[in-house]
Design a binder for this molecule. Structure first.
Ligand code: FDA
Length: 504
């Protein structure tokens, strides 16, 4: 304890000693538990109330830099005094790795670095990592009605973690993932150097677009390629219970979801609901869709590819792309676009989650086994979300970015909400989903698949247990990049890439 108090004192002293040309010295953006704003700064970006408990380890210091130089100072002092760093942008990490650590640590919270500049003429934008995707969508739509960006559904997700773990949303079948559309980045490395794509080199630039930023440095900003969106898009949500043939529809969907026209994305949200029959429960499959065009084009397409759903004009709503962002985020119709600038989530709920990839359609009998698990007591708030792949995802090679789950996957599953239920479901699902490895999505961080050793250096063999599930063969290249840019493993967490030599 005494040693950690020394580290703490020396670290703080080091921060305040640094000379800065900036108008605001770093001392004004440092929060310790003695500071009255400490708790509110800490809690503001905690998305999962699980990590608000008094038992959750707290940082010794929080720094909310205003300038790149503040970050350079923080890295320099933490290296000098052995203070562990956690970098936070939007705070949505499923396991709280951006603001929780068992070792004495400080949080570098990038919430103040959130400028966004949109260049309509070149269809590009620079976005600083502290911005949320909602802010980004808002700024794009403010400048142009014909440009958009293919990132996540929940507007409060931070650009820093989201893009570095890839990032997907309703445009993924047409344009791929968020990181697929990143064309440059600014990063501060272990030596405090500010690098761009050219100076960091293609290996590091490759690694931070899907390999997670936390292993490699502090990302400051991304340059992204914006994508064309039509002036009218169509959305629908069609709900079917088991009594309305949900099993057949979900089964059938698996044969068409990844083969549909790239303009059409239909995902399924599954949950347990009360049946129309008194006292009975049923399963509801919600077919939730974005189409890049008008109703008149959508209806014949649906008639041809998925007539079983029985989609009719009355199910569909035409709107602009930016309005569809509000629709999928769950805001009521007519809500002001300004809600996208609000960093407070619509709901803040306790949750646990895991992910899976499906390569072969699950039989109706297999689906019925899932339904049975939804009737268990713990499944009151449980959900499964099936998100289709195909389209642009099939065209991008597995090694193009660290994210390898491309062609050959029909859809991804997200299992929510209670861990003990999810674990039972996860084991039931084993025969139906990807194997060797059982693939997992990094942005749905899952510590059940394995972690680094907290007792010193993690071996390649140990890290590859979880690493190949996220990255498949790309894990080896990530390890090589890590060994070359951060050989002493300064930037580390429970699932950071280890800088070990690769045995081949
Ligand atoms: P946070 O700040 O917690 O960072 C996540 C990780 O990245 C941490 O390890 C952190 O240290 C590191 N990191 C953050 N900023 C960094 C930086 N500047 N430099 C280096 N490392 C950095 N995903 C998806 O693909 N589609 C979706 O629709 C959604 N929806 C969604 C809804 C909700 C409610 C939640 C809680 C999460 C999602 N996600 C998601 C998952 C989300 O993409 C994932 O949690 C991201 O990592 C979140 O990024 P943040 O910056 O918010 O997280």
């Amino acid at each position: 304890l005494a040693a950690s108090a020394d580290v703490h004192e020396n670290f703080l002293h080091c921060l305040t000693l640094q000379y800065s040309h900036n108008t605001t010295p770093i001392s004004q953006v440092i929060y310790t538990p003695n500071n009255s704003s400490y708790s509110s700064v800490l809690q503001f970006s905690i998305q999962n109330p699980r990590f608000l408990s008094p038992a959750t380890p707290k940082p010794l210091v929080i720094i909310t830099p205003l300038y790149e130089s503040h970050i350079q100072v923080a890295i320099n002092c933490s290296r000098k005094h052995g203070m562990h760093i956690r970098v936070r942008s939007g705070g949505h990490d499923y396991k709280g790795l951006s603001y929780v650590s068992d070792a004495p640590f400080f949080i570098l919270d990038l919430i103040n670095l959130r400028s966004i500049s949109v260049d309509v003429a070149n269809s590009t934008a620079w976005v600083q990592v502290g911005a949320t995707i909602g802010e980004l969508y808002y700024r794009i739509a403010d400048k142009s009605t014909s440009l958009g960006f293919p990132a996540g559904v929940c507007p409060t997700v931070g650009v820093g973690g989201h893009f570095s773990g890839e990032g997907y949303g309703m445009l993924l079948r047409k344009f791929g993932l968020a990181a697929d559309n990143v064309i440059d980045a600014h990063l501060i490395d272990i030596n405090g150097r500010i690098l761009d794509r050219e100076s960091m080199g293609e290996d590091l630039f490759w690694a931070i677009r899907g390999g997670g930023g936390a292993s490699f440095g502090v990302i400051i900003a991304w340059k992204i390629m914006l994508v064309p969106v039509p002036s009218t898009v169509t959305v629908f949500t069609v709900q079917k219970t088991l009594e309305q043939n949900a099993t057949m529809l979900v089964h059938r969907w698996q044969y068409i979801a990844d083969k549909l026209d790239g303009d059409l994305f239909i995902r399924i949200v599954l949950r347990r609901v009360n049946s129309s029959e008194e006292g009975k429960k049923t399963i509801e499959a919600s077919f939730n869709s974005l189409f890049l065009g008008g109703i008149d084009e959508l209806l014949p397409l649906m008639q041809e590819s998925f007539p079983e759903l029985g989609l009719v004009k009355e199910d569909c709503i035409e709107m602009s792309w930016i309005e569809s962002i509000l629709y999928f985020a769950g805001f009521p119709g007519g809500a002001s676009l300004d809600v996208l600038l609000d960093r407070t989530p619509l709901t803040r709920r306790f949750f646990e989650a895991r992910s899976d990839y499906v390569k072969e359609p699950i039989s109706e009998i297999g689906l019925e086994g899932i339904w049975r698990r939804f009737y268990e007591e713990e499944a009151t708030a449980a959900e499964m979300i099936f998100s289709p792949y195909g389209g642009r995802m099939n065209e991008i090679p597995e090694s193009k970015t660290p994210f390898p789950h491309r062609a050959g996957n029909i859809y991804k599953i997200q299992h929510l909400v209670h861990m003990s239920w999810i674990r039972r479901l996860y084991s039931y699902m084993a025969p139906y989903v990807s194997k060797s490895p059982r693939a997992t999505y990094l942005n749905y961080r899952d510590l059940d698949i394995g972690t680094n050793s907290n007792k010193g250096n993690t071996s390649y063999a140990q890290a590859s247990i979880w690493g190949v599930k996220y990255f498949k063969n790309n894990f080896n290249r990530l390890v090589q990049v890590k060994a070359s840019v951060d050989p002493m493993n300064f930037f580390r967490n429970e699932q950071s890439i280890p800088p070990v030599s690769v045995p081949w």
